[in-house]
Design a protein around this ligand. Structure first.
Ligand code: ANZ
Ligand code: ZN
Length: 818
């Protein structure tokens, strides 16, 4: 008898699969297409268990779908631009390109060792010129559609990474990568107009019924649409107006002051002749230095100064004092608010602190508010102190008052968004150069498509500074203007790497295209992606940007759908001793070690078995051992039963055979649903384990044919999760071809019905016995069996049977008299 030695069989089959091109994408016109995609990794150096988890999940789905007869696209690639490569260059003097490609080679090797069924002929690498050429192409597409523009703005700056960051890359005021507190800088930068797509990005979330609700909520909040009104306040003694955005125009008559953001462009003019000028200027200066975190923390102190100037209330004509305060942000709404302390918590705190009047204009339907109010009343209610609108419900008043303002030309219905345009310039080397030339004659000139790619120069200084390293290579910078042929200077910033990852899933469909980013015909066949598997950390970064790209490509006629990912599966973390694996915690388990010790099949099986995919998975050495033992059990099952595969059929109607046959079909049903519909791989695997137990318990003398079928089924069902051992055993039992090319087993629903049914039998309402009859037995057969049962006859003997009631599949009640 042969031993199970993963280190022998795994490389053997991996090489054979590669030689025969087993996982090359099949494009059979008669079969449906299926696109199973795992988020491509950053080539950081080596795989961690989180990677192993995502790839194992994706691989099961891809393999099941292939066996189910689909053409399956299951590709892999590298999100290969980004800062760690550059930091390695600075720290160790190795060129980012070398560092990156070495890491890719190593990680690809690890993925191959895991036995993941990728079509390696479609591999994409975002730092390769034949790829970033089209990232630049995408930039130009946005540019020519008016969706890429340059502006000077106060942008997020990470002093540690020495580059600007998109808003999406700032988490609680800190850099998403290194955790350093982000500061503000005034810089000319390139932006993509994602705000033009805010409504569609928001509304189309409703179509995504197979996305986790959590991710959709995060995107909704990020987009942050608020509806309300813009109200215009005239200024005392000045021609300008202050526009405010409010969600509560119903509280307009409760306004007792106004607030401008410290950076509001009107502030300098407003205070020019004010007695408060010096105090305001000092305050503004102080605020400029403070971070956004400090300024807007909900529990933070509200601080402000009076400007010494007044606005005019649009309805009452009253003078309203104008303040500057820390809690109003320049880039939300209009950068100005109307202060309604009676109905807004922040305004209430501010008014209390600075002794500003508090004017109640909404109260609960049937209740007075205390005077003076002790807190802001923020609920709905009816209007008071509001003249002709007194008594009106405030929801109605929102409409009525806005309409009234509109008529007077002092306001309008308005919508505000929290999302900002996407800042894509980075002052770093290892990214796709922005394909723009600056010319003294022609201004900003996009590089023509036929001159792409704008290649990254090899030779630059990596020393971090305030400008991009590209600026240190004069040969790169100096160029000719594509428009007039005169001298031009290249843009030296590179693109945010999230631009590279926003379209890679299109590229896999036709990765060898040289004239365009992808073949639209191929994209039509494969997309939207059927399953997209990856981390929740991308909820508002990659996943939002990819949706944006898809909509722009749709508008440009390149694709005919608006959402790229049909089903999103966000896998949980792999944790050990209750914490995410990390070097600092010292709880890292290396995939290589596990594969060396137990083989890839055990690693995959354990990871799939230990938790449902969306939950955190607690690493357990005993669990790994358990999975390994199970594979040994499967190995022995085949090796100790070699004879059944050749034996003649026996009595297939005998109870043991019938039961194993039924169990086999029930397992096929369960595993099919778990692997291909519910994505609960853990319960699917445990069903296979139960079937293995049942085969072990199957009597030696029972029908060998049924046993052989059950074992074959185990190998077919287990193949997607543990592909090497199943392939090996399949060949040992003389199966034709690869186990991975077999049709997925199907079940007969009729076989699932348990053959026998148990009835409780009552006599005059008391259970006296149980009988077992065939499931197909009719009512009369059930009745006769019940009446004939020995124990029942003890109770009915000598009495008159008045009535027999049969409740199908449950109960027989016999009513007797005498
Ligand atoms: C008057 C008012 C009265 C307000 C009231 C609220 C309650 P959301 O829902 O987040 O969109 N606001 C507007 N622009 C602001 C800015 N740049 N910085 C800080 N706060 C700003 O919030 C909209 C509300 O936030 C607006 O409605 C405004 O205060 C404030 F009883 O206006 B409200
Ligand atoms: Zn020019």
């Amino acid at each position: 008898e042969q031993q199970y030695v993963p280190a022998e069989i795994e490389p053997k089959w991996q090489n054979l699969w590669e030689e025969t091109g087993l996982y090359r994408t099949r494009e059979d016109a008669n079969r449906p297409h299926y696109y199973c995609l795992e988020m491509f990794p950053y080539p950081s150096g080596k795989l961690h268990m989180g990677h192993v988890r995502v790839y194992s999940i994706g691989d099961v789905v891809a393999r099941v779908k292939r066996m189910q007869g689909y053409n399956v696209l299951h590709p892999m690639g590298w999100d290969a631009f980004g800062m760690p490569a550059e930091n390695a260059a600075i720290q160790h003097g190795v060129h980012p390109r070398l560092w990156t490609y070495e890491n890719i080679d190593h990680m690809r090797q690890q993925q191959k060792r895991l036995g993941v069924s990728y079509d390696w002929e479609r591999e994409v690498t975002t730092c390769a010129p034949d790829y970033y050429k089209f990232t630049q192409w995408m930039f130009l597409l946005f540019y020519h559609r008016g969706l890429a523009y340059k502006k000077k703005a106060a942008v997020n700056w990470c002093p540690q990474c020495v580059t600007v960051l998109a808003n999406e890359q700032v988490e609680n005021g800190r850099c998403w990568r290194c955790g350093t507190e982000v500061t503000k800088r005034e810089l000319e930068q390139w932006f993509l107009r994602i705000t033009d797509y805010a409504d569609r990005l928001l509304e189309d979330l409703d179509q995504l019924d197979r996305w986790p609700e959590r991710v959709k909520v995060m995107q909704r909040n990020w987009i942050g649409r608020s509806t309300g009104a813009e109200v215009e306040f005239a200024l005392e003694g000045r021609p300008e107006t202050i526009r405010v955005f409010t969600t509560r125009p119903d509280t307009l008559l409760g306004v007792t002051y106004m607030v401008l953001a410290p950076e509001h462009p009107l502030v300098p003019a407003l205070i020019e002749h004010s007695s408060e000028r010096n105090r305001v200027e000092a305050f503004v200066e102080e605020m400029r230095k403070a971070s956004e975190v400090e300024r807007t923390a909900a529990d933070g102190e509200k601080r402000g100064v009076f400007t010494g100037t007044y606005a005019i209330h649009p309805l009452t004509g009253d003078r309203v004092p104008i303040w500057v305060a820390n809690y109003v942000l320049l880039d939300y709404g209009t950068g100005a608010v109307m202060g309604v302390p009676a109905h807004d918590e922040r305004d209430f705190a501010f008014a209390k602190k600075y002794n500003l009047p508090i004017r109640v204009v909404i109260r609960p339907q049937d209740q007075e508010l205390p005077t003076p109010p002790t807190e802001a009343y923020v609920e709905d209610g009816v209007l008071v102190n509001s003249g002709r609108w007194d008594g009106m419900h405030n929801r109605e008043a929102i409409q009525v008052i806005t309409a009234h303002l509109e008529e007077m030309g002092k306001g309008r219905f308005a919508t505000s968004y929290r999302i900002r345009d996407w800042l894509i310039s980075r002052q770093r080397y290892w990214g796709a150069p922005i394909p723009i030339v600056y010319c003294d004659h022609c201004g900003i000139v996009p590089v023509p498509e036929d001159q792409l790619p704008v290649r990254l120069p090899e030779d630059v200084s990596f020393e971090p500074g305030t400008v991009s390293p590209l600026a240190t290579n004069e040969d790169f910078v100096q160029t000719t203007c594509p428009k007039c042929g005169g001298p031009g200077r290249r843009e030296t910033d590179t693109m945010d790497t999230f631009m590279c990852s926003s379209w890679y899933y299109f590229r896999y469909t036709s990765p060898k295209e040289t004239a365009r980013p992808f073949d639209p015909e191929a994209v039509r066949k494969w997309l939207p992606v059927d399953d997209y598997i990856g981390g929740i950390e991308h909820a508002v970064l990659h996943l939002l940007y990819s949706r944006f790209f898809t909509k722009v490509l749709q508008d440009a006629g390149w694709v005919d759908f608006s959402e790229p990912f049909r089903h999103l599966l966000t896998q949980g973390m792999v944790i050990k001793e209750g914490a995410k694996m990390s070097k600092s915690k010292g709880n890292v388990v290396s995939p290589d070690d596990i594969i060396n010790r137990y083989g890839a099949d055990t690693a995959r099986l354990f990871i799939l078995f230990a938790a449902p995919p969306d939950r955190d998975l607690e690493w357990s050495d005993q669990g790994v051992e358990g999975s390994h033992r199970f594979l040994h059990r499967v190995w022995r099952l085949v090796n100790q039963n070699r004879e059944v595969f050749h034996a003649p059929a026996g009595d297939q109607m005998a109870p043991a055979a019938r039961e194993l046959h039924r169990k086999t079909h029930a397992t096929i049903k369960k595993v099919t649903e778990d692997f291909a519909e519910r994505y609960t791989f853990n319960t699917g695997i445990s069903a296979i384990m139960e079937l293995v137990n049942a085969i072990y318990a199957y009597p030696a003398e029972a029908d060998p044919f049924t046993k052989a079928a059950a074992i074959r089924t185990v190998l077919l069902l287990l193949a997607p999760a543990a592909p090497h051992i199943c392939e090996e055993l399949w060949s040992q039992i003389g199966g034709t071809g690869s186990v991975h090319q077999q049709p997925w087993p199907t079940y007969d629903p009729a076989e699932l019905v348990t053959d026998e049914v148990e009835y409780a039998v009552q006599v005059n309402g008391k259970v006296r016995d149980h009988i077992v009859v065939s499931a197909s037995a009719g009512e009369e057969e059930v009745r006769q069996t019940a009446l004939g049962a020995e124990k029942i006859q003890e109770w009915t003997g000598g009495k008159r049977v008045v009535k027999v009631i049969v409740v199908p599949k449950k109960l027989v009640n016999i009513v007797v008299k005498g």
